[in-house]
Every structure is written in C-alpha cells, then in structure tokens.
Design a protein around this ligand. Structure first.
Ligand SMILES: N[C@@H](CCC(=O)N[C@@H](CS)C(=O)NCC(=O)O)C(=O)O
Length: 246
C-alpha cells in the first residue's frame, strides 16, 4: 500500500473524524495542512472532485468527505470494523452518522462567527499545524479568509442564534443514542467518529463547554479526542445562551 495522504484544515472536525478512522484502521498516513479557502484551490488543482476537506489520496484514488472516507476505509481494511455487524444496529448507526454530517455545520458556524469578531483565538486551533507560513502571520492576514468562510457557511447572527437555541436538543439526541448503545457502545463506530469531533469542537468554546462536558456526549468526545487544539473565550451574547440553561 502506498502512503496515504490526508488533506485537512487545522481545527476541522470532519478532518479529525477522518484522522481518527485512519488511526483506528492502523493505516499510516501523511497529514497535509491547508489554509481554509486556499484549500479549495489546492484540492481542485490536485484533481479532487470537490473542494472540501477531509480529502484522502489512497492507492491512487481520491476520496473526499468524511462519510465516503469511512466507507472506503471499511472496504480496503475491514478490521477493526467501523460499521456494526448487526443489521438493525447498523441502520441506526448509519442514521446517526448521517445526522452527524449535518450537525457538523453548527460548530463550523460558531467558529467562523466567533473569528469574525476576534481572530486571535484562531491561532490556538492551528497548534502543531504546518501551514507553510507562521501561524501568527496567517491569523494576522486572515481577515479575508474569515469573512469569506463566514459567508460560505452562512454564519450570520440569526443562524448562529438559532443553532445555539437548538443545541440542547442536539445534545439530548446524542445522549439518547449513547443510552441506546448506538454510540459509545464499546468499540467506536462510524457514528462515534463522525459526531464526537463536532461535539469536541463545540467544547472548545468557553461559552459552551460547561453545558456539554458533564453529559454523556461530552464524555464521549473527550474520551475519543482528549487533545483537540483550540480555545475560544466567551464570545456569544449571554441571551443567546439562555436556551442551553433550561
Ligand atoms: N460534510 C463534509 C464537510 C466538509 C467540509 O465542509 N469541510 C470544511 C472544513 S470543516 C471545508 O473544507 N471548508 C472549506 C473552507 O473552509 O474553505 C464532510 O464531512 O467531509
């Protein structure tokens, strides 16, 4: 097997999902760190079909998207499995994974909304990354990247406030999957790997961590990813956090 190459953006939660799955499968890979926005051009130039990370080059094939990568890894290296053998559980896990793919958008929007207000915390998400330029410089000159990313991801006040208002329900749903053994049921599965990085990214927000860390969802995220880089000090208007308190 030629060396796998995984293209990521520092702090990107689906990128972390792909890294976790490659590690779980014991497939060695080289991580290539890209800057947001610039990543799009690089991936196109590399002849990937789409312009998002994670993007994986594996045995000459180009696989893009965390869910596609999960399936390809399972195909080439069935052990240890990412998908449960039991068909009923398999359906539930696949449903949770699909939901997790859309849930990704919330912590993504939180990040871009926050960086639009203050770029300084961005540096902490790039700890250990190799971007080709010093992280401090990337952050200093990163205004246009942040504006564009906030726009691409519709990180508006209205959307972020709504995302926060529904976050408690999302966490309840994840906790229920954990209670039902769909997630966190022993060997980590594809739903764990898909959802935990999103929860973990949300936990890098000082505003959100207290509402997540004591929950089963929070414990799962910390357990699978103890070392997620990044921290954002309080940033959301307090009234936007009210629904989390109820
Ligand atoms: N649902 C896709 C989402 C991929 C995605 O949107 N990735 C973001 C980073 S988290 C990206 O590449 N954004 C482009 C950019 O920031 O310029 C997956 O799971 O792979």
């Amino acid at each position: 097997m030629g060396e796998a190459k995984l293209y990521v953006i520092p702090g990107s939660h689906p990128s972390r999902c792909a890294m976790l799955m490659l590690e779980r499968k014991g497939i060695p890979f080289k991580r290539v760190d890209l800057m947001p926005v610039i990543s799009k051009g690089v991936l196109r130039a590399m002849r990937f079909p789409d312009n998002t990370v994670p993007a994986l080059k594996l045995e000459g094939r180009r696989i893009q998207g965390s869910r596609e990568i999960a399936r390809e890894l399972e195909r080439i290296q069935p052990d240890p499995p990412l998908f449960p053998a039991d068909p009923d559980l398999g359906v539930q896990v696949a449903d949770a994974e699909r939901w997790g793919d859309t849930f990704q958008q919330k912590p993504r929007r939180f990040s871009w909304w926050a960086f639009k207000r203050d770029r300084a915390p961005m540096a902490s998400y790039s700890e250990g990354a190799r971007l080709g330029i010093p992280v401090g410089l990337a952050v200093k000159t990163g205004g246009p990247i942040v504006s564009l990313s906030a726009r691409f991801n519709e990180a508006t006040d209205e959307n972020v406030r709504a995302d926060l208002a529904s976050l408690r329900r999302d966490l309840d749903r994840i906790d229920q999957w954990i209670a039902d053994g769909v997630m966190a049921g022993g060997e980590p599965n594809v739903a764990d790997f898909q959802i935990a990085p999103s929860v973990r990214l949300a936990m890098t927000f000082d505003d959100l961590r207290p509402y997540i860390e004591q929950r089963p969802a929070g414990r799962l995220a910390i357990g699978l990813i103890p070392d997620f880089a990044g921290r954002t000090p309080p940033v959301f208007p307090p009234e936007w956090l009210e629904p989390l308190k109820a």
